[in-house]
Design a protein around this ligand. Structure first.
Ligand code: MEV
Length: 391
């Protein structure tokens, strides 16, 4: 990650829109920051295009991730999300900031084999080298960049005795990888079916990218959590109790995780990434234990509140809208990430931040006063005079 300058910008929210844009544009070398997509670009991106649909783009301040200061672009229609992210990032940097890491960019493609003959699993497992060669042969560019198929797993009796599923594990480097993995899965499916003595069914990646997890952690001293007449220690205890509630109740966990995706989706959308894929993977991951669970948890350690988030994070810096949408290219430039794994680290940290902001509010004055105050300001004030009390 390469810092583009300080992320602590006191009073940023009180500047005019033009001044804010000036400040941000200074840090971006790619053109197109904050500009609308042209009709021509829109027409080239999707089918039957008739226009472009804009969302507000804002900047969350105060982020410090692995010791690097960065600004977080967010495309979102909901007031208070960006203020919440900025506010939580300010609390976090009073402690460790966000400490994040991500697994190597391994995605899995699934090839379904129906009615395999006896001994199929063993025969398939003995043909890994051949399948790797075949899969890599249809993605030479990925291989030249150091990626490609790595391993294979054979799963038997999935749902019924006659269904076997082969997973192709592919290192996608800086791409999200869906297209590459799907191409590979289609290319090897005939041969897999032949070896298995069955017939090929579906061939598509799984969005449950559980070999591509991202994690973030932060440790915040109690005093940094103090707010509106609530002592920091009480807020910390309230956040930790809210986390326990989410761990015990899927109804609460769903809302808890929605607060996490307030941040992640807005960030990924601004960066031209497929947030539906990330949502699908994360929700499946949240249910992996048999009951739907929170994707981030909080606990007390001494006089610190410690938060941790972990989830699949299949994101990319190349391909799709991250390359085709000039606004997304400029947002990625602003963030300063140099590989997909760093993008994943920022995304999971932003999710931990919006989760903290929501829980801290819920555990103290409640969510509505701040939310409605900001909502009211958004409706009532001209765009260049509004203020968000996030700094
Ligand atoms: C609202 O957009 C998100 C929250 O409901 C999240 C939560 O309850 O944790 C405030």
């Amino acid at each position: 990650m390469k810092s583009k300058g300080k992320s602590r910008l006191p009073g940023f929210h009180n500047r005019s829109l033009a001044k804010r844009l000036e400040e941000i544009s200074r840090r971006v070398t790619k053109p197109g920051f904050g500009a609308d997509l042209t009709l021509e670009k829109a027409d080239a991106m999707i089918e039957n295009a008739v226009g472009v649909f804009c969302l507000p783009l804002g900047i969350a301040t105060n982020f410090m991730i692995n010791g690097v200061e960065l600004l977080v672009p967010m495309a979102v229609e909901e007031p208070s999300v960006i203020a919440a992210a900025s506010n939580a990032a300010r609390m976090a940097r009073a402690g460790t900031g966000f400490l994040a890491q991500a697994d190597p960019p391994i995605m899995a493609g699934q090839v379904e084999i129906l009615d395999p003959s006896p001994g199929a699993k063993e025969r398939l497992e003995n043909s890994v080298d051949e399948i790797v060669r075949l899969a890599d042969s249809v993605q030479p560019e990925l291989v030249s960049l150091g990626g490609g198929m790595r391993t294979m797993a054979v799963r038997c009796d999935i749902g019924e005795p006659g269904r076997l599923v082969v997973h192709l594990h592919v290192d996608c480097r800086d791409a999200m990888g869906a297209n590459m993995v799907n191409t590979m899965a289609e290319a090897v499916s005939h041969r897999l079916a032949e070896i298995a003595g069955g017939r090929a069914g579906l061939r598509i990646l799984t969005n449950l990218a559980d070999r591509r997890l991202a994690r973030a952690r932060c440790s915040i001293p109690f005093e940094a959590l103090e707010r509106k007449g609530f002592p920091g220690k009480d807020v910390a205890l309230g956040v930790s109790a809210a986390s326990d509630f989410a761990s015990s109740d899927p109804y609460r966990a769903a809302t808890h995780n929605k607060g996490i995706f307030n941040g992640i989706d807005a960030f990924l959308l601004a960066c031209g990434n497929d947030w539906r894929a990330v949502e699908a993977g994360a929700h499946a991951f949240a249910a992996r234990g048999g009951s739907y669970a929170p994707l981030a948890t909080w606990q007390i350690e001494g006089s610190y509140l410690v938060g941790e988030a972990e989830m699949p994070m299949a994101v990319g810096l190349v391909g799709g809208a991250s390359t085709a949408h000039p606004g997304a290219v400029a947002c990625l430039d602003l963030v300063g990430v140099e590989c997909a794994s760093e993008l994943a680290q920022v995304a999971v940290s932003v999710g931990l931040a919006t989760n903290l902001a929501a829980l801290a509010a819920l555990a103290s004055e409640g969510i509505q006063s701040g939310h409605m105050q900001l909502h009211g300001k958004k409706q009532a004030l001209p765009a260049d005079t509004e203020g968000i009390d996030s700094e």
